[in-house]
Design a protein around this ligand. Structure first.
Ligand SMILES: [Zn+2]
Length: 106
């Protein structure tokens, strides 16, 4: 679980109408296996008029997409990649690109 997609990861959408789009993970919903990706899968939400915004309006918000539909983008390959696990000298695990070995942690 700790080695899956995390908040802040750059991911690419692999399927569906937004295929190929990239964005940062805003939020992960581990129970539903869904992620919210910045500017991806936007849905329009109607806002009620408020005192500050008496007209109301339409707000665009990210809707969650299934975690299996996105892949982490390797910054070195600049391509969506599967990630593997690397052990550091202190014994901790990090995620790395399966292709080039680039470590994904920042
Ligand atoms: Zn790579």
């Amino acid at each position: 679980m700790a080695l899956r997609i995390r908040k802040g990861d750059l991911v690419q959408v692999m399927t569906g109408k937004e295929k190929g789009r990239r964005g940062k993970v805003l939020r992960v919903d581990p129970e539903k296996n869904r992620v919210y990706v910045e500017k991806v899968n936007l849905v329009k939400k109607h806002q009620r008029p408020t005192e500050r915004n008496p007209q109301g309006g339409i707000l665009e918000k990210e809707a969650p997409i299934h975690i299996s539909n996105v892949m982490v983008v390797c910054p070195k390959c600049d391509k969506p990649r599967r990630f593997g696990v690397k052990f550091l000298s202190d014994g901790s695990k990090v995620r790395c690109c399966k292709k080039c070995g680039e470590v994904f942690e920042s």
